[in-house]
Design a protein around this ligand. Structure first.
Ligand code: HEC
Length: 138
């Protein structure tokens, strides 16, 4: 085989491999296909976006830093607390006027976000010898 043909062959082989690889990666949904917000949670998300909650709060550490991260707030607080918080206004948290349906939707949003994982994804424990051990949550 002439060197030119040989190189063309090799480059074509790489191109085919590259195309198949990209097609597989960009059409596979296995990484994120299982997570769907319910209709109610999407209503909650829309309220979250419309009211700019993210300007003060974070989900997965991203957002404003005036208020706490709310990724796992559902696991740490009960629903009545969350609903009360929304309309009461505490310190820098503004007083909103959500009706009960809107409060339900926001709580549902927190519930489903909580199911997607942990933030921060580590837990620190103080050991008896004074060292801190960091454990990854699963
Ligand atoms: C101007 C900044 C600001 C905005 C905007 C804001 N928050 Fe807050 N939020 C706070 C602060 C600060 C706190 C902490 C209050 C405290 O406990 O001292 C808080 C607390 C909370 C808590 C309780 C967290 C806990 O663990 O006690 C929830 C739930 C919450 N906010 C939800 C929301 C939602 C939903 C929105 C949008 C509709 C929103 N916040 C908009 C500042 C804000």
């Amino acid at each position: 085989m002439k060197p030119f043909i040989k190189h063309l062959f090799i480059v074509s082989l790489f191109l085919v491999f590259f195309s198949v690889y990209n097609y597989t990666i960009y059409t596979s949904k296995s990484d994120y296909g299982n997570i769907h917000l319910s209709k109610k949670a999407i209503q909650g998300e829309n309220l979250w976006l419309k009211n700019n909650c993210n300007s003060c709060h974070q989900l997965y550490g991203l957002g404003g830093y005036l208020g706490p991260d709310l990724t796992n707030v559902y696991a740490n607080r009960n629903e009545d607390y969350l609903k009360a918080m929304l309309n009461s206004g505490v310190k820098a948290m503004p007083k909103f006027n959500f009706n009960s349906k809107e409060k339900e939707a926001l709580v549902q949003f927190f519930k489903e976000v909580n199911q997607t994982g942990f933030y921060p994804n580590t837990e620190a424990e103080l050991e008896t010898d004074g060292w801190v051990s960091i454990k990854r949550k699963k």
